[in-house]
Design a protein around this ligand. Structure first.
Ligand code: PLP
Length: 434
């Protein structure tokens, strides 16, 4: 086995890590194994994965059931192109996904990551209108939303501030403020009113140009784990629905139990026309994404004229091994009684956040399902600030995998996390913050 020094030397020489400034980042941690909620580095130090490894791992690392399903499928066949071919895992998974989504969503298009699932949703929305003989190419999104790093996704997420170098070439879209809810926010109704008014104004003026609205329902992830009220979101979505604007829910982060229900849309009365799923779709095992459409949208692409075809595809679309992993992950929701675990995590969050609320320099405590967050007033709120970096380092030294977004500290653990490990992690965090 290679030594730590050798691995790091190679890493330094050949690799470029995501969202990382190599000039002042510490050496990356070399993970050599993982089990359930724990990651182990090459020297045996353990880390509690409190953010599900970038919000993807649901049932814990290296679950035997998932290992077996991936292994068994790999032995049968590992990959086949998905144009002109199909297979058991892809059709079974599509049927399972449709079964757990709102009734109107019934047509699955596979890709392999969250950004591509969003790109597909946006392209289909534009071509839907094109196929109907209309030119509608603009989108409405929330300020501060994040939908991925490809160009279409960047154009509806650019208010996150991540995309400065590309701003000039990003498609110009419309943005409405996101009314953040937190414990004790007494300005909430006013900020919801402003957001609703902003939506009315855009719709009134620009309706003829708008292909769709794209929203992270209830929780903005990368934008700072911000939460809005479901009553507000229902009201907002109704404005778009009443105006005939297509509604896309980007559930890449919120999907598969994170908000306490299978999907964030399950908290709402209004349903989207398109939904984007990725991250936890395979329980964090293998990259896979699905964009799911209503049949009304799909049928606009079915025509004897080839020009109406959706000419889009990815080499790894519907990879059978990834589909097998996703099926296994969905089975585990029943076998593990996952929603009971989710409920328990949610209760622990509540109890521990109450303790955190007593600390000085803490603000904007919020929680939904398995997602808990608060802001740390002492440090800069900009993403990647040195202070934020220092805090992350301190967490890691203490065996906690937490990755603050600017001054926002958040928890989003895998559902298998042992009660005592979650509670101990909060206790360590409180010590560190003090
Ligand atoms: C809501 C949302 N949409 C899209 C994406 C992009 O997903 P990916 O990183 O898999 O491209 C993310 C990633 O964090 C996300 O949180």
């Amino acid at each position: 086995m290679k030594s730590k020094k050798q691995i790091l030397a190679k890493d330094k020489k050949f690799l470029w890590h995501p969202f990382t400034q190599s000039s002042f980042s510490e050496d990356p941690i070399i993970i050599s194994s993982a089990k359930d909620e724990k990651l182990f580095d090459i020297e045996g130090k353990e880390y509690i994965d409190l953010i599900s490894s970038w919000w993807i791992n649901t049932h814990g690392h290296c679950r035997n059931e998932m290992v077996n399903s991936v292994f068994n499928q790999s032995k049968k066949f590992e990959q086949v192109l998905f144009a002109g071919f199909t297979h058991h895992p892809a059709v079974d998974l599509a049927a399972r996904i449709v079964d757990i989504l709102p009734k109107n969503l019934s047509r699955v298009f596979y890709s392999d990551n969250g950004s591509t699932s969003v790109e597909i949703a946006m392209k289909v929305a534009i071509q839907y209108w094109h196929n109907l003989g209309k030119k509608k190419t603009k989108f409405i999104a929330f300020s501060g939303g994040y939908h991925g790093d490809t160009f279409g996704a960047m154009s509806v997420g650019k208010t996150t501030g991540f995309y400065k170098p590309f701003e000039d070439i990003l498609h110009k879209n419309f943005f409405i403020p996101f009314p953040e809810d937190w414990w004790g926010n007494n300005q909430l109704e006013e900020s919801e009113r402003l957001a609703i008014n902003a939506a009315y104004k855009i719709v009134e003026k620009e309706k003829g140009k708008i292909a769709a609205v794209i929203l992270e329902p209830l929780v903005q992830g990368a934008g700072g784990m911000k939460i809005c009220r479901k009553e507000f979101l229902d009201k907002l979505v109704k404005i778009f629905k009443d105006s005939g604007i297509l509604v896309i829910f980007d559930e890449v982060m919120t999907g598969f139990g994170r908000t306490g229900k299978m999907f964030a849309t399950d908290h709402l009365t209004m349903k989207p026309d398109i939904i984007c799923l990725a991250k936890s779709l395979t329980g964090g095992f293998i990259p896979l994404a699905a964009t799911v459409f209503s049949e009304e949208i799909h049928k606009v692409f079915v025509d004897t004229n080839f020009s109406k075809t959706f000419l889009h595809g990815h080499s790894f679309s519907a990879n059978p091994v990834a589909c097998a992993a996703a099926l296994s992950s969905l089975n585990l929701f029943n076998e593990d009684k996952t929603f009971i675990k989710i409920e328990e995590i949610s209760k622990i969050h509540n109890d521990c956040l109450k303790k955190i609320s007593k600390l000085q320099n803490i603000s904007k405590i919020r929680k939904l399902g398995t997602i808990a967050a608060f802001d740390f007033k002492n440090i800069s709120d900009s993403y990647g600030s040195l202070e934020s970096h220092e805090i992350r380092k301190k967490f890691l030294e203490n065996g906690l995998l937490l990755r603050p977004l600017g001054n926002t500290v958040y928890f989003m653990p895998p559902y298998c996390i042992r009660k005592e490990n979650l509670i101990n992690s909060y206790e360590k965090l409180i010590e560190i913050l003090q």
